[in-house]
Write a protein that binds this ligand. Structure first.
Ligand code: SME
Length: 154
């Protein structure tokens, strides 16, 4: 299956999870799991919820290794920068990013996509990869669509 077909199938699957039974955490957990399992270059997939008052991100459901970064201040690391930019942030080589919070020595690249609900920034989808420069425009378009779909449940 090529990337285009894979992403099309995954969007359908994610829609059905969002529309199906279960609570918020359970649905988001399943979506993180499916993205990690089905896309070979997605090695850690998680949701950070935004606390606008405290200007902090709080780790929600995730698939992959445990991380020490349970809370991240806006502006800190790739996730915190995305919370200030409020647009998709791709770092194809984390060794070149000085404002970076390392989770695992295997991580080489990262993409963070903000999630909006009724126009407000509410969460982020964060994906780490063990490959260098793995994120194409197709990944960006796909993950932005994923975030539109999951904004219903965050
Ligand atoms: N690397 C992120 C921290 C979160 S972990 O990837 C799970 C960052 O620099 O913000």
């Amino acid at each position: 299956m090529n990337k285009k077909e894979l992403f099309k199938n995954l969007l359908e699957k994610i829609k059905s999870i969002v529309e199906g039974k279960g609570g918020r955490e359970e649905k988001l957990q399943r979506i993180c799991q499916i993205l990690k399992e089905k896309v070979p270059h997605y090695d850690w997939v998680g949701i950070y919820f935004a606390d606008a008052e405290r200007k902090e991100l709080l780790l929600g459901p995730f698939a992959g290794e445990e991380t020490e970064h349970m809370r991240i201040k806006f502006g800190q690391g790739i996730c915190g920068q995305a919370a200030e930019k409020l647009s998709t942030f791709i770092v194809q080589d984390v060794s070149k990013e000085t404002n970076y919070l390392a989770c695992s020595p295997f991580v080489k690249s990262e993409i963070v996509v903000p999630i909006f609900k009724d126009g407000n920034f509410v969460a982020e989808l964060d994906i780490d990869s063990h490959k260098l420069s793995p994120f194409s425009e197709e990944d960006k378009d796909f993950l932005e669509k994923v975030c539109e779909i999951i904004s219903e449940v965050v």
